[in-house]
Design a protein around this ligand. Structure first.
Ligand code: SF4
Length: 450
């Protein structure tokens, strides 16, 4: 069968490519390839298309902006005073790509944030015009968190849910009417995503574990992976070596939720193994490593900090979230302010420059006030590190959502568009678009002094 894989358009107030790859979709692609399916892939978000490449900004380490066009806001958020965009390639470039695509038997499309669903509908409707009789199967994060909502989208014929590859395969087998479950042992230890389908492989992502042993009130990690499982260090090193040899990768971002847990048995042997990989002619001066998901700060002791430096971690992003001790404890207790200070000291002692260390600080958490966010910004600045403000977005089925429903602040009728980080903090009334902008400007002003 011919299968067309789709990374869809995104509709949002803002979007930036911080190593965004359709990781799950490309793992499914790898399995389908093993089973002999003919694969085509269209990346509606492709930043490397030759016709738009020069018109968008590319930043360091494979990150950058997406091509975008302003569109009208959907009805539930029409009064929000911010422009709204569709991100990704213009229709005519996608049409050109489709001309060279074999007619598919099924289209598999991935999904990301819950509030991006308008982009899925735009993509599905566009594809239905080109392939009216081809079923579209939707999987991914939104399809898992809000599967009933996803079933109601125009153009979507089937929804598969879950992050567990065997479960996804079982659902796809029943849709295809053919068994696609893998029969190799390698499946249990990880299937490399089919990165050969991407237009650019200089930056890739890797997952060395699934899930997280913590259970923070705002996080969806345990909704996708009930148990925390780490891969063997040797397998991970082999995968990195494969990417060096086959793709000449320069930048690798770890997608793990809990990369540093059990460091002595996990990340340290992985990095020791990476340091022993002989550089090939494709690999240039070595790999830059990145941690966009935020690191568990309490595990960064002196030894680990030195290893991260030695292995060439170029962007270290620490999960701090809030300076308020009560909120730190009540939301999951993953870090205290004292532990955070110590980790920053260890990283600096290991040789990381101030601007290489960044911390996530949340703005707009439930019941949070502006003063707390400002205090957090000033605390991080006193440590002379980069502040990355993250506006709070609501993940369905988390403890936070249950609490906010019990308190009557939200109800079941809340459109997923309101889970968007740009606007969810406005619901409670403690923040406004302008107060958030002031905090962003303040953090930006302090960051420029670092
Ligand atoms: S520690 Fe991080 S990944 Fe783990 S549950 Fe908390 S927020 Fe999620």
């Amino acid at each position: 069968m011919n299968i067309l894989l789709i990374n869809p358009w995104v509709c949002d107030f803002g979007l930036y490519d911080l190593w965004m790859k359709p990781f799950g979709l490309l793992r499914v692609a790898a399995l389908l390839k093993m089973r002999g399916y003919n694969l085509s892939y269209i990346d509606f978000l492709d930043r490397h298309h030759p016709k738009i490449k020069k018109s968008i900004r590319n930043d360091d380490f494979g990150c950058g902006k997406f091509y975008k066009k302003q569109i009208p806001k959907p009805e539930p958020i029409k009064d929000v005073a911010r422009p709204y965009f569709i991100y990704g390639l213009p229709e005519e470039l996608i049409t050109e790509k489709i001309k060279n695509t074999p007619s598919p038997d099924f289209i598999l499309m991935t999904s990301g944030m819950t509030y991006w669903y308008p982009g899925l509908e735009y993509t599905a409707k566009f594809l239905k015009k080109k392939f009216p009789n081809v079923p579209i199967v939707l999987g991914g994060i939104y399809a898992t968190l809000l599967s009933e909502h996803a079933k109601s989208l125009e153009g979507i014929d089937y929804v598969v849910s879950g992050a567990d590859l065997p479960a996804v395969c079982r659902q796809l087998s029943s849709i295809f009417g053919q068994n696609i479950s893998p029969h190799t042992k390698s499946f249990s230890v990880g299937v490399y995503p089919e990165y050969g389908l991407l237009s650019d492989t200089s930056s890739l992502v890797i997952e060395t574990s699934k899930g997280c042993p913590f259970n923070c009130s705002y996080c969806g990690s345990q909704l996708f992976n009930k148990h925390f499982v780490q891969r063997g260090p040797k397998e991970v090193v082999e995968e990195i070596e494969f990417y060096l040899k086959n793709y000449g990768v320069k930048d690798i971002a770890f997608y793990d939720d809990a990369l540093l847990v059990n460091a002595d048995k996990h990340i340290i042997p992985i990095l020791d193994g990476v340091l022993e990989i002989p550089y090939t002619k494709n690999s240039g001066a070595g790999i830059n490593f990145h941690t966009p998901n935020g690191l568990h700060v309490r595990f960064i002791d002196k030894k680990l900090a030195r290893k991260l430096k030695e292995a060439n971690f170029r962007t270290i992003t620490l999960s701090f979230e809030t300076v308020d001790p009560a909120r730190q404890k009540n939301t999951g207790g993953k870090v205290t302010t004292e532990e955070f200070k110590e980790a920053v000291e260890n990283l600096k002692a290991a040789g990381f420059a101030n601007k290489e260390i960044s911390a996530y600080l949340m703005v707009g958490m439930p019941h949070q006030k502006e003063d707390e966010a400002r205090e957090g910004i000033e605390f991080l600045h006193r440590l002379k590190i980069h502040i990355t403000l993250v506006t709070y977005s609501l993940v369905p089925n988390t403890s936070d959502e249950k609490m906010l429903k019990q308190e009557g602040l939200i109800d079941d009728g809340l459109d997923p568009l309101w889970q968007n980080d740009t606007i969810f903090p406005l619901i409670e009334g403690n923040f406004s678009l302008s107060s958030i902008k002031k905090l962003r400007d303040y953090a930006g002003f302090l960051n420029r002094k670092i």
